[in-house]
Design a protein around this ligand. Structure first.
Ligand code: IMP
Ligand code: MG
Length: 176
């Protein structure tokens, strides 16, 4: 099945916005080390691009989570499928996330990570769909606020496809 994908955010616009986020983060943390955490798999491209635009000392670690619950409706309870390799105690944690939708995943993830006593926790989201928010999430850095449409590319998938698109697109006919 081939889906029609229309461009929402072109590659150049996306990359220049990520460069701006990197510059802002670099200014905010100064010489302090930033422990970046990538929420697999969607945030992989975003974290890599962002990390290359940060001038502070950076470490990178990866975590995989899934929401409990059936179908497409997330229950707000998160199960850790792959945990971090390194301790975050006393670290400045910066969570890189692809998109904040209902907010359930990040809300719960932040609760889990807070218990590990990091020095600070901040969230950097490439995209934000505020219309669908169900759980409160304090995003510190946001790339683009987008309308309630299903998007793919730059890490985001539709049935595991399209993660490799270098831009953000909208699936025009998702249910066909
Ligand atoms: P939340 O818990 O509803 O905020 O779920 C966020 C997760 O759902 C994201 O990390 C994505 O993996 C996925 N997601 C939400 N909206 C989209 C979308 O438009 N395209 C692709 N994945 C999405
Ligand atoms: Mg995700």
């Amino acid at each position: 099945m081939e889906y029609k994908i229309s461009t929402l955010i072109p590659e150049e616009q996306l990359k220049s916005r990520i460069a701006e986020l990197g510059a802002e983060i670099s200014k905010d943390y100064g010489d302090e080390e930033v422990s970046m955490i990538c929420v697999l798999k969607g945030a992989v491209f975003f974290m890599c691009e962002l990390a290359q635009n940060i001038t502070c000392p950076v470490t990178m670690d990866f975590m995989s989570v899934s929401s409990y619950g059936s179908g497409t409706k997330s229950s707000g309870v998160v199960k850790i499928l792959k945990d971090l390799d390194q301790s975050i105690e006393g670290k400045n944690v910066l969570i890189a996330e692809d998109i904040v939708d209902s907010g359930n995943t990040l809300h719960y993830l932040v609760e889990i990570l807070k218990k590990r006593n990091p020095k600070s926790i901040r969230i950097c989201a490439m995209l934000d769909k505020p219309e669908r928010r169900a759980a409160p999430v304090d995003t510190d850095y946001t790339g683009f606020v987008i309308p309630d449409k299903f998007v793919v590319g730059f890490g985001l998938d539709y049935a595991q496809r399209y993660r490799n698109l270098p831009y953000i697109g909208v699936v025009e006919n998702p249910d066909d």
